[in-house]
Design a protein around this ligand. Structure first.
Ligand code: NI
Length: 172
């Protein structure tokens, strides 16, 4: 396993649509492992391949609590096939937008179809935090960030902060 470097917004690579995979082979399962290692190292609960510079439809999530055993899930070609009409608000963050948070409203439960790390089709019903993370990560595959769901004013504020943050990082 290897830790991958994260792309920080604003970055044109985070605005691209990722391509479907033809199947999950050992190389892609290895990518899922590397993405999980990268996510855990950054204390994240979800990560999408475009965030590590891979434009393929692959995401990983783990919403297990601190005192629970890890529950890593790798999903290829994830697709929302059902969304609850009832909405939920979560204060979302993103590993590509370090230390930035905002309330985002999304369906409170979703059913997602995907290929697992063994290339088997699966069906996952997620609610609460898992539903939010799944939708957030699938958004990344379509070039959508959580800030695209909030007001332009708030979005610009966050992106301005990140630009400044990146500039400081470049100078040091
Ligand atoms: Ni994210």
């Amino acid at each position: 396993m290897a830790r991958l470097s994260l792309i920080i917004a604003p970055d044109p690579r985070l605005k691209k649509t990722a391509a479907p995979v033809t199947g999950v082979d050992p190389r892609l399962a290895g990518l899922m492992d590397d993405m999980l290692e990268t996510m855990y190292a950054a204390n994240g609960i979800g990560l999408a391949a475009p965030q590590v510079g891979v434009l393929q439809r692959v995401i990983v999530v783990d919403v297990a609590g601190k005192d629970e055993d890890p529950q890593p899930i790798g999903l290829a070609n994830p697709e929302v096939v059902w969304a609850d009409e009832v909405l939920n608000t979560y204060n979302e963050g993103c590993l590509s937008l370090p230390e930035q948070y905002s309330d985002v409203v999304r369906p409170r439960a979703v059913r997602v179809r995907y290929l697992d790390r063994h290339n088997q089709p699966q069906d996952l019903l997620g609610d609460g935090l898992l539903a939010t993370v799944l939708q957030h990560e699938i958004d990344h595959l379509n070039g959508v960030l959580f800030v695209d769901h909030i007001s332009l004013l708030k979005r610009n504020m966050i992106l301005r902060r990140l630009r400044k943050w990146k500039k400081v990082g470049d100078e040091t």
